[in-house]
Ligand binder design. Sequence first.
Ligand code: MF3
Ligand code: CO
Length: 254
Amino acid sequence: MNKFIKTEKEIQSLRRGGRILAQVLQEVARAVKPGVVSIDLNNLAEDRLRALGARPSFLHYQSEDLIYPASLCVSVNSEVVHGLPNQEKILKEGDIVSLDLGCWYEGVCTDHAITISVGQASPLAKKLIKITKTALAEALKKVKANAFTGDIGEAVQVYVEAQGFSVVRQLTGHGVGRAVHEPPSVPNFGQAGTGTKLLAGMVLAIEPMVNAGGYEVKTLADGWTVVTVDNSLSAHFEHTVLVTNQGYEILTGI
Ligand code: MF3
Ligand code: CO
């Protein structure tokens, strides 16, 4: 895992790129309201990234024989992640939506996601968002040189399940920086003391995905959109963080 440790120069660029990414995602979030068309959110994200000198990292991202056709992932209600923005997917009052965006800047990339309500959402939806956001905070508390990826997974799983929700197991967080997805994998479940040992200078995308029902998910026929099998609501938060000897530094903050 040593070869994934970032140089000081890369870290400086990750800080600048991560700040741009967070600013743009916040602008996109401010545009969310009932009636908004998901493709317009995608285009806003892409235009704003380019205006600030960054490039969308998900656009034309290749995974096996599939190519992601957009810059932003827009995942609504029972959609977990990788929801495709298009002309037909229109947000309505009471929906919850995960907005997931990545960018390249000065040769390195960062990854960031938030889930928000569209207008007024149900108490269950609001609770799910709050628990998922706190699950990411619980995960971050574990990040420090010499900790293990399993420490993060256990913290997320224990917290989320105590709230009566479940953690998606088929998808994980990941290393990031020189590629959109790098080792190590960062599961949101598991056992402390297992997995990969963290080293100062590693950069991780930590991204709990939490379902109101069961943890099972499946991918739709479009090849990308991941949904809950039981149709329950799902939420997702993600930060790119630098591992340090003292703990961590959030790179996708403002
Ligand atoms: N944050 C997501 C992930 O890490 C975004 C990837 S979308 C893709 O899986 F198109 F790039 F795959
Ligand atoms: Co990610």
